[in-house]
Write a protein that binds this ligand. Structure first.
Ligand code: ADP
Ligand code: MG
Length: 260
């Protein structure tokens, strides 16, 4: 579905992504792992149009999507989750979901020339959709809670929920498990598996929790220093010499930093 060819992203003279080449198969839940600073987030941001690449190419089902801005990718069903914007913290969880289509598409739904009836119909449909999403994620009891006041894990579920308000093809998740307790992490994992199986979503998942990666992802791609080191099942990746060295290497570097 997605093909990344020889992708580069430089910040000043620093090569955060340094010739990454990989493919994401349609229908897969692909894991992206690698030590801190490997370039995983930067790779996501380049694919999702947040950063423009310094070189290389990204295609979606054969169509060149290199450097397209996020709202155009959104229309093609390519979504990356973002933290719930600070200014939406005082809105309810339901309202946060209802905002998504207008927010991301750049269309202003609320103050258009549409007739009032049309707006009321749209709002009713959005509300029903939002409630369906909350139920799917088992957080329907939070519908009227302020998004700024739910737990970290529940926020992550809500971020995932935002991708369900539209017809996503492929969703990029960057460390959904960070700071989330085990129970909620399992709920997030269940939701990802169900979205994959029942709605055909393709996922690319960056996560440090190897149990989570092992449960969800096949294949797993390992990056280090801006490049793809290896691809395979998690057990293949874990047994890969280069992968072990990359993890040990940063482990040592971090240790040296701490000691310095
Ligand atoms: N906006 C930026 N400006 C400068 N350097 C950056 C920027 N974003 C990331 N980097 C650097 O690029 C490298 C890769 O970062 P990142 O993609 O966040 O890695 P990962 O997500 O794998 O931990 C890091 O060394 C980081 O400091
Ligand atoms: Mg990162």
């Amino acid at each position: 579905m997605i093909r990344v060819e020889n992708l580069h992203k430089q910040f000043g003279g620093f090569r955060a992504v340094d010739g990454a080449t990989l493919e994401i198969a349609s229908g897969s839940i692909t894991g992206l792992i690698g030590p801190n600073g490997a370039g995983k987030t930067t790779l996501f941001n380049v694919i999702a149009g947040v950063h423009s690449p310094s070189g290389g190419k990204v295609t979606l089902d054969g169509e060149d999507i290199t450097g397209l801005p996020p709202h155009e990718l959104f229309h093609k069903g390519v979504l990356r989750t973002f933290q719930i914007a600070h200014e939406y913290g005082s809105m309810s969880c339901r309202e946060n979901l209802m905002m998504v289509p207008a927010d991301q598409s750049g269309e202003t739904l609320w103050n258009t020339w549409f007739g009032r009836k049309r707006i009321a119909d749209e709002e009713r449909a959005l509300r029903a959709k939002a409630d369906e999403v909350l139920e799917f994620l088992t957080i329907e009891h939070l519908a009227d809670h302020k998004a700024g006041q739910v737990s970290g894990g529940q926020k992550k579920l809500l971020e995932l929920g935002r991708t369900m308000m539209v017809d996503a093809k492929i969703v990029f998740l960057d460390e959904v498990g960070a700071g989330v307790n085990r129970t909620l992490l399992n709920t997030i994992g269940d939701a990802i598996i169900r979205l994959n199986k029942e709605r055909g979503y393709t996922f690319v998942v960056i996560e440090h929790d190897m149990d989570f990666i092992g449960r969800l992802c096949d294949p797993v791609i390992c990056m280090a220093e801006g490049k793809v080191l290896a691809e395979g099942t998690l057990s293949e990746i874990k047994a890969n010499e280069q992968v072990i060295e990359a993890y040990l290497g940063t482990g040592l570097k971090n240790k040296q930093k701490e000691e310095a």
